[in-house]
Design a protein around this ligand. Structure first.
Ligand code: HOZ
Length: 435
């Protein structure tokens, strides 16, 4: 029998799965080459189908904050599984999940579970429109809020990687209701709100942009959003699918001390299983069916296995000092990278928050979508492949954040930094030869 490897699996997949993948960024179009077909993962490591091991900085795009296959998370799922896989009926574990989320994010009074971040955001937008009786929504360039119609306008993540930030198939009437403003530009928000604030249902934002690399908010930016929403009666929606429970137990809203009206969640809250959630004040949330007129539903919503994995994940990250340690590891890693890049004369900006980082090959500070686009994606691709060949797996796109977990300990960081040193050195030699 022919030995399975990523090349032959990808060739076979491309014949019957569009692009050979079930989510576009995975196709490696942003960096070229063949996607790694993963066989298994444990702790900070992935193994491909040929048994090659990689230190993983993708972490399933965010959920694996405790590393892969954490024994307590697997045990919780196994225990729940013995009772059946799903019922499409209320369960005690959903209640426990809602209580836990509310205790971690005190700004939330009610929570509704969904199956993905996309669904959570789609619900939040419909809810904001139903509650305010307005249609228009403001989003920011390079922010990505899943693939629902009204938000696939100048989006980040895979849409940006493929150079299609605004998707075909979205009726113009829908995208017309979505206004797109530059991220980290409070002046642009003030201006547009002064013209049409009373027509705006919601401003949706990734409080730390994580789908164009990692771009934290400038001081005052989120405050401005809160202030204008209050002034014009629009809802402020924080998309914390990526940052929720990661950058702090209470997410970016805790880190920056800003209370949004609605919060969308995903990734960490499902511990690696499919999940999404939307939460906010009782007054707004009760607009959802069956108490209110805004419809939302889902056969798999609140799936008990996802709840078990998510709850075990949330329990572990409430250990004292968890996010402090994650922040320190992130800092050690990023400072190591910065030092190496400067030694080898490679222009590199590294944005970071606890557990998340973005690498930009540019000498210009990266605060906006334009700054992101001005960085050298070709260099990123070369760096990516050089690391992959040494057993380090970064996001296969210059426009995605990297993630650390609690099991990215000192030894893992040292091993990674040995690989990055070689990658920078190789880059320096190649560039000297070219010049
Ligand atoms: N949009 C996700 C990252 N921001 C990628 C999801 C995936 O490919 O699994």
């Amino acid at each position: 029998m022919k030995q399975q490897n990523s090349e032959n699996l990808f060739a076979a997949s491309q014949k019957i799965i569009p692009g050979g993948v079930n989510s576009p960024v995975r196709a490696f179009r942003g960096v070229g080459g063949t996607p790694v077909f993963v066989h298994r993962a444990e702790g900070p490591f992935l193994w491909d189908v040929e048994g090659r091991r990689y230190i993983d900085y993708v972490g399933s795009w965010g959920p694996m904050i405790h590393g892969h296959a954490h024994p307590q998370i697997l045990a919780a799922v196994r225990e729940q599984m013995e009772n059946g896989l799903g019922f499409g009926a209320p369960t005690a574990i959903e209640l426990e999940m809602a209580e836990t989320v509310i205790s971690l994010m005190p700004n939330l009074e009610m929570v509704r579970m969904a199956c993905s971040g996309t669904e959570a955001v789609m619900t939040a937008i419909r809810l904001a429109r139903g509650y305010t009786r307005r249609d228009r929504v403001i989003k920011f360039e390079g922010n990505y809020h899943g693939h629902s119609d009204s938000l696939l306008v100048k989006a980040g993540s895979g849409a940006l990687t493929l150079g299609q930030p605004s998707s075909a198939g979205v009726p113009e009437e829908f995208s017309r209701e979505t206004l797109v403003l530059p991220y980290n530009s409070p002046g642009a928000v003030e201006e547009i709100m002064s013209q049409m604030g009373f027509d705006i249902a919601a401003i949706i934002v990734e409080p730390i942009a994580g789908n164009m690399g990692c771009v934290p908010p400038d001081p005052g930016f989120l405050e401005t959003l809160r202030e204008v929403c209050d002034r014009y009666g629009s809802l402020l929606v924080f998309d914390e699918v990526m940052t929720g429970f990661r950058v702090a137990a209470g997410g970016a809203q805790e880190l920056y001390g800003i209370s949004p009206d609605l919060t969308t969640l995903g990734k960490v809250i499902g511990g690696g299983l499919p999940v999404g959630a939307v939460g906010g004040s009782r007054e707004i949330m009760e607009f959802l069916a069956p108490t209110g007129p805004v419809y939302q539903a889902g056969t798999l919503s609140g799936n008990p296995l996802a709840m078990a994995a998510g709850l075990a994940t949330l329990r572990l990250l409430q250990e004292p000092g968890f996010h402090h340690r994650l922040g320190i590891q992130t800092e050690i890693f990023c400072q190591g990278l910065a030092q190496q890049a400067s030694e080898f004369g490679i222009p590199l900006q590294i944005n970071r928050v606890p557990g998340m980082f973005g690498l930009f090959f540019t000498s210009r500070a990266v605060r906006s979508f334009d700054d992101v686009l001005a960085s050298d994606a070709q260099r990123y691709a070369r760096f990516f492949h050089s690391l992959l060949a040494q057993g380090v797996y970064l996001a296969p796109s210059a426009y995605e954040a990297g993630f650390l977990s609690s099991v990215h300990d000192d030894a893992i960081l040292v091993a990674t930094l040995e690989a990055t040193r070689c990658a920078f050195q190789k880059m320096q030699i190649e560039e000297e030869e070219l010049s």
